[in-house]
Design a protein around this ligand. Structure first.
Ligand SMILES: Nc1ncnc2c1ncn2[C@@H]1O[C@H](COP(=O)(O)OP(=O)(O)OP(=O)(O)O)[C@@H](O)[C@H]1O
Ligand SMILES: [Mg+2]
Length: 439
């Protein structure tokens, strides 16, 4: 608006003009006019002596107001402090230390988005570490086996939280007892992870009920009876092929003790902890089996209130969580006490629903306009803020918005960790350079 611009310029130059009388210097005035910058800003709320009020319905005086920057400390002390136990994740560019209250993650859906190598996993590690430190339970699906680093410090000594971390490697430290998993979970595995059609599934349940009735239920007898069961040849084939796939993963066992149990693990980790499920190095079908078995058992136990609420950290979840679970995770499972943190570098891998339900966004750098457009369209934040800020973020800096910051957009330089953060991509040429350096 030309009127306002003129007004602003007049005010800006007034001081200079007065000086001019004693010290003529027209160049400086014209220079300032040429250099004038227009700073577009957005009204986010009102800071009063009572704190921050986000519902602003008035506009300050145009002539009498003074425009100045609110420093991180002042904003932080009124808008971000005193919200109970929290997790320190870094600082603002002004040096103000940013802490995320654990209450803002509790009961929430949190998204960590950013392009490759922007620092997402690094922040996710700080977050789960902080949650466990505060006594919460975390189930982390680790697609790159990089959360192993949480157990040791950079100098190799055991980390402070090492005893709170349980590493679960499918087939060795993670095996499921058939009877502990139960009919419901095993059926979900056959149906959802192994793609068993429903006609065959009904037959499987009949065999299960028969074996259970006779007290013969075991993984090996299940295999025997599928072979012997009087049924249509196609159904038998369908059942047998799935059974052998399941058997080949070595994840199902027959034993009353020794298999993985959420209840026992939670009892072991009295003051909270992280269960890291190592998914690298196993086949995609084995991955789907592990995730299906764990999530459906978890849901069953949360539903019957046999275990405390749990945070689920899922990196690149579209690679192993079946689509129908997403909706479940963000709606139904949330009411039972499963709170998800999704981490991904592909914003279009998440459904619109996930964005709409999200309570916290941690947005790292994206340079691709398509990705930025998608995020700003789907998240609750105003598009201008995201479009303006996201491309300017350096590696290790993110824009936080959501319950964690009272819905104020805050740019945080994420701090380094004491523990080994192990996210480095293995490079081909780096190895070669190192070799030649040694020579
Ligand atoms: N705030 C930080 N301070 C120090 N190092 C960092 C920080 N953020 C990231 N890094 C380092 O940068 C590298 C890449 O970070 P990270 O693994 O978190 O990226 P990412 O976004 O998860 O990437 P990808 O999409 O490939 O999984 C890692 O070696 C990590 O330790
Ligand atoms: Mg990562």
């Amino acid at each position: 608006m030309p009127g306002i611009e003129e007004d602003l310029l007049r005010d800006l130059l007034l001081e200079e003009v007065i000086d001019l009388r004693s010290n003529p210097g027209y160049e400086s005035i014209t220079q300032r006019v040429k250099d004038v910058k227009l700073l577009r800003s957005k009204v986010r709320g009102t800071l009063t002596s009572d704190g921050l009020d986000l519902s602003t319905d008035w506009i300050p005086s145009r002539t009498l107001s003074v425009v100045e920057k609110v420093e991180g400390d002042e904003l932080g002390s009124t808008a971000l402090e005193d919200r109970g136990p929290s997790i320190g994740i870094g600082e603002t560019s002004g040096g103000y230390s940013v802490k995320i209250p654990v209450s803002s993650l509790d009961g929430s859906l949190t998204l960590i988005l950013g392009k490759k190598g922007s620092g997402k996993s690094h922040l996710a590690k700080l977050m789960v570490n902080g949650l466990a430190d505060n006594g919460a339970y975390v189930l982390a699906f680790d697609i790159n086996n990089e959360y192993i680093g949480l157990v040791r410090n950079k100098d190799g000594s055991p980390s402070r939280l090492a005893r709170k971390i349980v590493l679960l490697e499918p087939g060795t430290t993670l095996k499921f007892d058939l009877r502990y998993m139960g009919k419901g979970v095993i059926s979900s595995v056959f149906r959802n992870a192994l793609g068993l059609p429903s006609v065959s599934l009904r037959e499987l349940i009949r065999i299960w009920n028969y074996l259970e009735g006779y007290g013969h239920l075991s993984f090996s007898s299940l295999g025997d009876y599928i072979t012997r069961w009087r049924t249509n040849e196609m159904i038998r084939e369908a059942l047998l092929s799935r059974y052998y796939t399941l058997a080949s993963t070595g994840m199902i066992m027959d034993s009353d003790d020794g298999g993985f149990s959420f209840e026992d693990t939670v009892a072991e980790l009295k003051e909270g902890g992280i269960m890291v499920v190592l998914l690298a190095g196993i086949s995609p079908v084995a991955r789907r089996i592990v995730v299906e078995a764990m999530l459906s058992k978890l849901l069953e136990l949360l539903h019957s209130r046999s275990i405390p609420p749990m945070f689920i950290l899922a990196e690149e979840a579209h690679m192993y969580i079946r689509e129908t679970y997403w909706e479940d995770l963000v709606t139904r499972m949330r009411h039972y006490g499963a709170f998800t943190i999704f981490v991904t570098n592909q914003p279009d891998a998440l459904e619109d629903l996930i964005y709409r339900q999200a309570d916290n966004f941690f947005l790292f750098s994206y340079t691709n306009k398509k990705d930025i457009d998608l995020i700003s369209r789907l998240s609750a934040t105003d598009a201008e803020t995201l479009e303006g800020v996201i491309p300017t973020l350096r590696r290790g800096s993110c824009l936080v918005i959501g319950k964690a910051t009272n819905w104020l957009p805050v740019v945080v330089n994420v701090k380094d960790t004491e523990f080994e953060s192990l996210g480095r991509t293995r490079l081909f040429f780096q190895g070669i350079r190192l070799k030649s350096n040694n020579q």
